[in-house]
Design a protein around this ligand. Structure first.
Ligand SMILES: *Cc1c(COP(=O)(O)O)cnc(C)c1O
Length: 404
């Protein structure tokens, strides 16, 4: 076989639309929670592909599911159904509140489907003008035009006006503010159980319960965006399971495929029929390859051992971070659930999160930011303790650069 074309990081600037500014090294292979770059330098992975690689890299369960399916059937299109997608739908409905599932390829598409479903349910209700969507400041729901508009960070939407209208943003965790804008014309409230991109900010349980009650009062759909929190990330299969609040619609992606692109919108028999034949669709959604991998990943994660393991690792991670912080006094607060952890920088280090992740890279650690002031960790749900220890040691060296 011919050698593949040799490429370098600078080729990114040559050939790629510059919406990203990737690190100055190129990962080429991974195993578990470790990654190696072109120079064979090793990194501990505390980023997990942004809460995606739930089983780490090259986990045999995912590799087997992918390769077995790859030998059988990749794609047939939605004029035909397929076995892996039906099995995955059974798993998702049997293990959640949902009765029905719509599959797609990403979190944004899952939220796009959820918002469109809510608009359709509003229309079908016969209540005039029931199209209002209530969303929250600082929220993140994806990058399609509808989902950036629902998101509460104007920097992601303002350049693309005119935006879809009828979306009202109020302060997160402020039930009175939500109450003031939810009415008969509201078709949906969309909220993250933990604002991930917005800084790892958990929703108060009373806030979620209050939203549930308001949605019931005014006949609006409660959409929980669990794209980041879902599939074991918080130590529950889905974060809502720990709140006592049952949504009407839930969106899931990221960890669902463990690295293979897949997304899903879950809903109930009450609302699913509003998406009748032809009202919404996708070419790849529910593709056999994606479904086979997601089915294997979901089955692996949805066990008491793995979910308890996430809670255990949370504590282990927090103990290590607190010890480090006691020494260096860099973080004002360490928050989050399970393996979705945000470290808020003290005021004197405001704006330095990106620098810290760059220095972490130099020290052999992949880490994330969640806004300019929060360093975020979303590693594999099964990261070994010794990799946590080693990653924290590397983080400590990166933070030493900050102190200088
Ligand atoms: C990442 C994310 C999305 C968008 O998912 P994509 O797969 O990037 O489209 C939506 N909502 C939340 C909460 C997310 O974290």
């Amino acid at each position: 076989m011919e050698q593949p074309i040799s490429v370098t990081r600078s080729n990114f600037n040559d050939w790629m639309v510059p919406v990203f500014a990737p690190a100055n090294f190129i990962p080429v292979r991974g195993e578990g929670s470790r990654i190696w770059d072109q120079e064979n330098k090793e990194y501990i992975d505390f980023a997990g592909g942004i809460a995606v690689n739930a089983l780490g890299h090259a986990h045999p369960v995912a590799v087997n599911a992918l390769t077995e399916q790859a030998k059988k059937l990749w794609h047939v299109g939605n004029g035909y159904t397929n076995e892996p997608v039906l099995r995955l739908a059974k798993q998702l409905t049997e293990n959640t509140f949902a009765d029905k599932v719509f599959f797609c390829n990403s979190g944004a598409e899952a939220n796009e489907a959820a918002l469109k479903l809510a608009r359709k349910v509003g229309l079908d209700s016969g209540v005039a003008g029931k199209s209002g969507i209530v969303a929250f400041k600082n929220a993140f729901h994806g990058r399609t035009l509808f989902t950036v508009s629902a998101g509460g960070q104007p920097k992601y939407s303002q350049d693309f006006a005119p935006l879809p209208n009828g979306i009202n943003h109020v302060a997160f965790n402020d039930l009175d503010a939500a109450k003031a804008v939810i009415n008969e014309q509201t078709c949906a409230v969309i909220v993250e159980p933990i604002q991930g991109e917005g800084g790892v900010i958990p929703a108060d349980i009373e806030f979620l319960k209050g939203l549930r009650a308001l949605c019931d009062e005014f006949g609006a759909l409660l959409i929980l965006d669990e794209v980041q929190t879902g599939v074991g990330r918080t130590g529950s299969l889905y974060a809502y399971m720990n709140t006592g609040v049952i949504p009407d619609v839930l969106t899931t992606a990221k960890a669902l495929g463990g690295g293979f692109p897949v997304g899903a919108m879950l809903t109930t028999d009450k609302f699913a029929p509003h998406f009748s034949v032809g009202t919404h669709g996708t070419t790849y959604g529910g593709n056999p390859l994606a479904s086979a991998v997601a089915g294997a990943v979901f089955e692996f994660i949805n066990t008491p051992e793995v979910l308890e393991g996430v809670k255990h690792r949370h504590q282990y991670f927090l103990d290590a971070l607190n010890t480090l912080n006691a020494e260096h006094q860099i973080f004002e607060e360490i928050r989050g659930q399970g393996l979705l952890i945000g470290c808020v920088l003290k005021a004197e280090y405001a704006g330095k999160a990106k620098d810290i992740t760059t220095w972490a890279g130099e020290e052999g650690l992949l880490a994330l930011i969640a806004g300019p002031d929060v360093v975020r960790f979303t590693p594999s749900l099964i990261i070994p303790e010794q990799d946590i220890d080693e990653g924290i040691a590397r983080l400590k060296r990166a933070l030493a650069k900050l102190a200088k």
